[in-house]
Design a protein around this ligand. Structure first.
Ligand SMILES: CC(C)[C@H](C(=O)O)[C@@H](O)C(=O)O
Ligand code: SF4
Length: 424
């Protein structure tokens, strides 16, 4: 019997010729990722009581992103603790004020096909878009990883998600993943891996593939993998990775617990309505809902391609009166690129506020929180009650194009209206 990508990576990580779904393995961890909010200040006590010696200072990566820039003294204290801890442990890789951790570790070449990446953040699964087995763990579990470089994992069953055909203009990876989550349900893939495949996936840029993997956890999945290809190598080479890299691909006769088939050419823009990510409807049935704020950013959809799409829609126009449009590039690198391309000027002239790369507004941690009764259209990955502030607020999720079109009209709007002349 053949093996899936997850099975192959976990066989390698546990030094076995083969493993199958359901096996419990001791896996060696290639990258242990922590961020400020769920990092050192939580693990330090247990870590020190158990010896306090890191398994490998080259493999532990910390990114301060959730408390940046700090809005309260408590956040400033957490940030300081994190920074001091990274210094005390003499870590080779500590990043702060650069953007959300998942984007930052991808840009710095820490994410590579075949690696096992465990992080104290649920969206660690984003690294699956580059072919890594990546998943979120709790801070307590992280203590064991920091000390030993290993942890036990149950090899997940895999659900295959096949997208064939060509995406129509104005429809993006975000719409694909929202549709997939709608069908799976927000707990429909619990402890299972998603594997995205098919011609529509192969045709996606790396930036777009990362959107799919990022949101795998919103269906409860352990991870969301995409078979690596030459595009992945180009992405890594552009980020200074020169090593030879082994690709782990699923065998033809690998066993899947379930397969879902989709035709991308039939898809229309999708919107997740409050307060669950699987409460997804085509934009045509949600349009007209009035918003107070739009948010374009996050590790899900704050990359350069996302900002380019928004700039295309907003160029030479003004956002609707009375609403706020927060734009947060997903990293400093993306900020600089957007600045070079004149995108930040276009967005600012349209009336948007461009904030520094951070998790701050995505989860209502440091900025952009909403009050009772306020409504947001967001390009992020979660719309849980209270996600961006008041539990009496409402968050809708859509693609960057849907977010930009909504900013123009002040109400949820089909982006194809601005991208395709004469179609709507
Ligand atoms: C703060 C943390 C619990 C969280 C996560 O793990 O995903 C955050 O990054 C998010 O997106 O909600
Ligand atoms: S989902 Fe938002 S809060 Fe969570 S890591 Fe990504 S940008 Fe940060």
């Amino acid at each position: 019997m053949g093996m899936t990508m997850s099975e192959k990576i976990l066989a390698k990580a546990s030094c076995q010729p083969s493993v199958k779904a359901g096996d419990i393995v001791w896996a060696q961890v290639d990258i242990a990722l922590m961020h400020d909010l769920l990092g050192p200040w939580l693990v330090d006590g247990g870590f020190k009581r158990l010896g306090g010696k890191l398994y490998d200072k080259e493999k532990v990566v910390i990114v301060s992103d959730h408390c940046t820039p700090p809005a309260t003294v408590q956040q400033a204290d957490i940030l300081k603790f994190t920074r001091d801890w990274a210094k005390e442990q003499d870590l080779s890789y500590y990043y702060e004020f650069e953007g959300p951790c998942h984007q930052v570790i991808a840009e710095h070449g820490h994410v590579r096909p075949g690696r096992v990446i465990l992080g104290t953040d649920s969206h660690t699964c984003m690294a699956g878009g580059l072919g890594a087995f990546a998943t979120g763990i709790g801070s307590t579990e992280m203590i064991g990883v920091l000390l030993t470089g290993e942890t036990w994992l149950k090899v997940p069953e895999t659900i295959k998600i096949v997208w064939e055909g060509e995406l129509p203009e104005g429809v993006y990876a975000k719409d694909m993943v929202l549709k997939t989550i709608k069908d799976l349900g927000h707990a429909g893939a619990t402890y299972q891996a998603l594997e995205f495949s098919g011609s529509a996936i192969q045709n996606l840029s790396i930036d777009e593939r990362l959107v799919l993997s990022n949101m795998a956890v919103e269906a409860g999945a352990k991870t969301g993998l995409i078979e690596p290809d030459e595009k992945v190598m180009e992405y890594l080479r552009a980020r200074g990775v020169t090593d030879d890299i082994e690709f782990f691909k699923s065998d033809e006769d690998a066993e899947y617990i379930r397969t879902l088939h989709y035709n991308a050419s039939e898809l229309e823009p999708q919107v997740a309505c409050p307060h669950e990510v699987d409460n997804v409807h085509p934009v045509s049935s949600v349009q007209g809902v009035k918003v107070d704020q739009v948010y374009l950013g996050s590790c899900t959809n704050g990359r350069i391609n996302d900002l380019r799409i928004a700039a295309k829609i907003l160029k030479g126009k003004k956002i609707a009166k009375g609403i706020r449009c927060l734009v947060v590039p997903a990293s400093q690198h993306i900020w600089m690129q957007a600045s070079k391309e004149g995108i930040l000027d276009i967005l600012t002239e349209a009336g948007c506020i461009v904030n520094m790369p951070s998790c701050g507004a995505c989860g209502g941690f440091t900025s952009g929180v909403i009050g009772a009764g306020e409504v947001v259209m967001s390009s992020s990955n979660r719309n849980f009650r209270g996600r961006m502030g008041s539990p009496k607020g409402e968050v809708y999720l859509g693609s960057p194009a849907s977010v930009a079109a909504t900013a123009l009209e002040g109400k949820i709007t089909d982006p194809r209206k601005y991208l395709l002349e004469g179609v709507l």
